[in-house]
Design a binder for this molecule. Sequence first.
Ligand SMILES: Cc1ncc(COP(=O)(O)O)c(C=O)c1O
Length: 374
Amino acid sequence: MMRTVLLNDFKRQWEETGAAVMTAVGQVGESGRYILGESVTRFEDALASTLGLGYSVGCASGLDAIEIALRALDLPLGARVLTTPLSAFATSLAIIRAGGVPVFVDVDARGNVDLDRCERLLEQRRDVSFFVPVHLYGHPVDLAQLGRIKERFGVHIVEDCAQAIGASASGRIAGTVGDLAAFSFYPTKNLGALGDGGAVGGVTDTLRPACMSLRNYGQSARYQHDRLGLNSRLDELQAAVLVSAFLPRLAGWTERRRRIAARYRAGIANRLVHLPPPDSDAQPVWHLFPVLVSAEQRQAFQEEMMRAGVQTGVHYPHLIPDQPAMRGAPFEIVGELARAAEIANGEVSLPIHPHLTDEEADLVIAAVNRWHGR
Ligand SMILES: Cc1ncc(COP(=O)(O)O)c(C=O)c1O
């Protein structure tokens, strides 16, 4: 029987990593220390040096990482935070939880927040002094332009790197341009734990004590609470698995994703299916491989792919400001969100995990190329 090509294949990941994971788990068990011990520190150091950061602070999720970053930057209550309408809901949820008001602007052809629009808005709106760009699908925003925006307007930037761990552009690594960077280790992410996890990191140490305090009830020292923090600690178990079994494989996994992306680019030729724009000087990490079809054809395309044995996804079907939860929440929309809506209505994600074989990638290509619309 034909096996479906999956969007993520955790069984194969386990086949590759299971033995290393079990060793790491055993070591934590034997250590008798399960919270904020040696494994968390080892992982934080290894992650920071992998990503060109000065430090990283483990926490419970990517959502918390963004909230902790904004609170470490002393985001004032009601402050306007420029961001994207096309992302995981968590990006805006973190802004709102931190007391901010998301200000949504449209995205570019790739689905990333449109930095030219951001610049124009910042020229006019001196009240917008925080910015949370998302490196969507693993493709970094133009990091040189992001750096210029930071200098020119003095905005505080938290880079949402949940989908873009290790991505780079203009010789800079995603996460090293803003004041702080947020990462997610949700299992489907390029570096995914066996459960939830996240980290916040920065280049200079200035905000490190605030991040460390905020993840741990706002403690600056034992039983000394200077802030109203969270319980958002990364477990020793997850940290041990990440540092021993997964982080050492990340570069290889990323390389594999890039090869599959190159294979898709070379092989897919169907006028009804639009590939992501070429990469100019960016090195994306291909968390997802997004293609665009027309809104009317999307469902039929996904059904046809499923019949051909290919699982697909949609990232994301609804813009954040359109979500029911936003009805009672504070936010602003500046300009039209036309491009974001077009992507929300027509995006389809093809499988691109590191355990996908060349044969499976070719099966995906053949299925896409065979499709002639409904
Ligand atoms: C872009 C983006 N930001 C934030 C998050 C939140 O991460 P987490 O699920 O670890 O809270 C995710 C993942 O879900 C994401 O894709």
